[in-house]
Design a protein around this ligand. Structure first.
Ligand code: GDP
Ligand code: IMO
Ligand code: MG
Length: 431
């Protein structure tokens, strides 16, 4: 397979970063195509731990190209910090190894200020965003008043765009959100300086991808967030502001759908969610605590405790359909050791009626009762197991249940955070 998309099947934090890093060994080019530094992708190998927010998780492998596509929204100060931090730890992030689309939109200081002030004003009804300015930046992109990274490389164009936009933003910040207005000069100067540093990385990523494809390169598309956070298909309005489903890889990187060979869905063996919004299988008991503590379920970006619950098969089936999944990777299976029985939600109940699909009405989705199937658990520590056949019988049955319920084969099983704690049944680049 030459082009593989990796997406999250749940509400994010499924372990996408770990799997992208693992598969980078077999790929040539790794591309982020949506989201921004709301993402936090954790990579662990040889005792090192890195959390990446913008740079693709392939960066730790020498001689692989990492691309940031047009669909990503970039906070340049965060990107530069990430580049400096990796460089100081001996990881090469040279121009040529990292390439950034000239068409990617920039997160501006007013986007962050608006995100934070809106959430504060909303009080109880807030979304629980990461506060990184993601929503307001995508709003401006769609509203045709966004500033692209290519724009700050042209001083006159940038001056004109910023002065036009900032007047409106400051009015909104001051008069509606009771927040402070921002200084034109400060933003202009700092973004110009950051633009100068980023200029050598900026290029046409879609053209680079076409060149790579013509040379037979294997391309790995790294999704951020998860299917239920998709702006169109997720639990709206408790979602992020981009298309997180596999289709997003095409418009967010600039490739056509016929170039894609495989779509891999990453699925945590249970479910987590950060921020607000409905979560039918959420557990607020000792089992929920077990999952949070054993799974280290604290946000990689904001440090917030993640809400935890049983695996939700209904949202998994939804992910199969919306992404056209060809395979499933099950992560964090080790965290379930010691829980018996295990439960998997196979449908919902609403006012006495059985629902096999997610209802479009958020009020209905917020008041569902999960219908569970129980499966026997296992006690053994599985975190050092290297072969599927060595997993406890009940653990293998749990995987089989997921395969049969979703109709999608499991290709990788992850039993710990490190690269070497992985059982690869089928490598998408070797088949
Ligand atoms: P991402 O956003 O999808 O890349 O996932 P995050 O990095 O935000 O969260 C996944 C967390 O689980 C990270 O702390 C990983 O190091 C960790 N992790 C990944 N796979 C496994 C696994 O199989 N077992 C355990 N115990 N931890 C894992
Ligand atoms: P990765 O890539 C989990 C959630 C936020 C909030 C909602 C909207 O690490 O899986 P935003 O700041 O995007 O406007 O917030 O989306 N969210 C994530 N949750 N993992 C992520 O990314 C997330 N990115 C955003 O918590 O509920
Ligand atoms: Mg994460």
């Amino acid at each position: 397979m030459a082009s593989v998309i990796i997406v999250g099947t749940q509400w994010g934090d499924e372990g996408k970063g770990k799997i992208v890093d693992l598969l980078t060994a077999y790929a040539d080019v790794i591309v982020r195509f949506q989201g921004g530094n709301n993402a936090g992708h954790t990579i662990m190998f040889d005792g090192h731990k890195f959390i990446l927010h913008l740079i693709p998780s392939g960066i730790f492998h020498e001689s692989k190209k990492c691309l940031i596509g047009n669909g990503v929204v970039i906070d340049p100060s965060v990107l530069l910090q990430e580049i400096d931090n990796l460089t100081s730890k001996g990881v090469s992030v040279e121009p040529g190894k990292l390439l950034i689309s000239e068409r990617a939109h920039l997160i501006m200081p007013y986007h962050k200020a608006i995100d934070l002030a809106r959430e504060a004003k909303a009080g109880k009804t807030k979304i629980g965003t990461t506060g990184r300015g993601i929503g307001p930046c995508y709003e401006d992109k769609i509203g045709r008043r966004g500033i692209k990274i290519g724009d700050i490389l042209d001083q006159d164009l940038f001056r004109a765009k910023l002065s036009e936009t900032l007047e409106e933003k400051n009015f909104y910040l001051e008069k509606y959100l009771s927040a402070e207005a921002l200084s034109f000069e400060e933003i202009f100067e700092s973004y110009l300086r950051m633009g100068e540093r980023l200029a050598p990385y900026v290029t046409n990523v879609a053209v680079e991808l076409e060149k790579a494809r013509k040379q037979g390169a294997r391309i790995l598309f790294e999704g951020a967030q998860g299917t239920q956070l998709d702006i169109d298909h997720g639990t709206y309005p408790f979602v992020t502001s981009s298309n997180t489903v596999a289709g997003g890889a095409c418009h967010g990187a600039g490739v056509g759908p016929t170039t894609i060979d495989e779509v891999m869905g990453i699925c945590k063996a249970y479910t987590t969610r950060v921020g607000g919004g409905p979560f039918p299988t959420e557990l607020s008991d000792d089992i929920g605590l077990h999952l949070r503590e054993r799974g280290g379920e604290y946000g990689s970006t904001t440090g917030r405790p993640r809400r935890c619950g049983w695996l939700d098969g209904v949202i998994l089936k939804e992910a199969v359909r919306l992404n056209g999944l060809s395979s499933l990777t099950i992560t964090k299976l080790d965290v379930l050791s010691g829980l018996d029985p295990l439960k998997v939600c196979v449908a919902y109940e609403y006012e006495g009626e059985r629902l096999d699909n997610i209802p479009g009405n958020i009020k209905v989705f917020s008041n569902l009762k999960p219908i569970y199937e129980e499966l026997p658990g296992w006690q053994e520590d599985i975190s050092a197991i290297k072969r599927l056949e060595d997993l406890p019988e009940n653990c293998k049955n749990y995987l089989k249940f997921i395969e049969e319920f979703t109709g999608v084969p499991v290709n990788i099983v992850s039993v710990g955070p490190s690269r070497n704690q992985t059982i690869v049944l089928r490598n998408p680049f070797e088949s």
